[in-house]
Write a protein that binds this ligand. Sequence first.
Ligand SMILES: [Zn+2]
Length: 102
Amino acid sequence: MVRISMKQTTTPNKRAPQRTCVACRAVKDKRELTRIVRTPDGTISIDTKGRMAGRGAYICASLVCWQTGLESNKLDYVLKTKIAPEERKRLLAEGRSLIGGG
Ligand SMILES: [Zn+2]
């Protein structure tokens, strides 16, 4: 008896972790997105290294997404906090310099 085994060759596919942008809802590789963290003391910080403790939100390296995320309260919603207007301005400025212009 001949048994045909349907052995599938699985190519070693290292799947990068994926995250959703809070602004445009696009799912991208984690490393393509910028992490924004609400730290345990309540500060909102841009986590460039991706290892800060706290509740995180991800956003595209696109100025449009930064503006949308910050101006439409989407970030507040995801981070379950209220971001003060000056914080928004600061984050937007930081994001802009991170993206590199606009
Ligand atoms: Zn986006």
